[in-house]
Design a protein around this ligand. Structure first.
Ligand code: PGA
Length: 247
């Protein structure tokens, strides 16, 4: 059996404060979670305010598709790395929908991240309409192909996040069975590019994960952790989610 270490990632989005940085780091420093990796992706300005710790890692929520240069307001992968990040979320549905990120941009950002030795958490998910039209697998296959078909070598360095758009911030969660079905599909689709990498790659679930629903989601064989938005802003609840990943 392939051992994939669960990853529990907090996506603070454009939320948080210096106070929350202190509360979150104190809370995670008091936890004993050895069986899972814990990651916090705060707004980039807070990265260097997190005390160094072996209890958690840090990540960005976005990265430039360019290496450096005249790109006002952008942050490069090397800069994220220098600020303490080891991971970066790429292609979140909010970036795709609100900032017009295409698959080509997602691919360029994924390459930048990997070349700076950041692990990209590349996000994929279907909209409500696509699910209602029973196009979930077709849509996912198309987006996965756009990033990995021509560049299968990127898979070995990636984490995949399945985030159904209809479940993000809505309180609606995919049932554990629905999520497992899609995760298993993603893994089998990725195995056409690289069988071994598809077995090894962590596929995490995001979309209204909370302390109540996390255990059933994490118990699924192809769900290797979670990408947690709203609930990650409450340190006690996020701690409970992290603990449940090692049961
Ligand atoms: P949510 O967000 O947990 O608030 O639904 C998840 C995400 O967008 O990563």
């Amino acid at each position: 059996m392939t051992q994939r270490r669960p990853l529990i990632a907090a996506n603070w989005k454009m939320n948080g404060s210096v106070e929350l940085v202190e509360q979150a780091s104190a809370s995670l420093n008091s936890l004993a979670v050895s069986a899972a990796e814990i990651l916090i992706c705060p707004p980039v300005i807070f990265l260097s305010q997190f005390p160094k710790s072996d209890k958690y890692k840090l990540g960005g929520q976005n990265v430039s598709s360019e290496r450096s240069g005249a790109f006002t307001g952008e942050i490069s992968a090397d800069m994220l790395r220098a600020a303490g990040a080891e991971y970066v979320i790429i292609g979140h549905s909010e970036r795709r929908a609100l900032f017009a990120e295409t698959d080509a941009v997602v691919l360029a950002k994924t390459k930048q991240a990997i070349s700076a030795k950041l692990t990209p958490i590349v996000c994929f998910g279907e909209t409500l309409i696509e699910r209602q039209q029973e196009k979930t697998m077709q849509v996912l296959a198309q987006h996965l192909d756009a990033v990995y078909a021509a560049h299968p070598e990127l898979l070995r360095h990636s984490v995949i996040a399945y985030e159904p758009v209809w479940a993000i911030g809505t309180g609606e969660t995919a049932t554990p069975e629905q999520a497992q079905q899609v995760h298993a599909f993603i893994r089998s689709h990725l195995s056409q590019y690289d069988k071994e990498a598809a077995l090894q790659v962590r596929i995490i679930y995001g979309g209204s994960v909370n302390a109540e629903n996390c255990a059933a989601l994490f118990a699924q064989p192809d769900i290797d952790g979670g990408l947690v938005g709203g609930a990650s802003l409450k340190p006690a609840e996020f701690a409970a989610i992290c603990l449940s990943a090692q049961d």
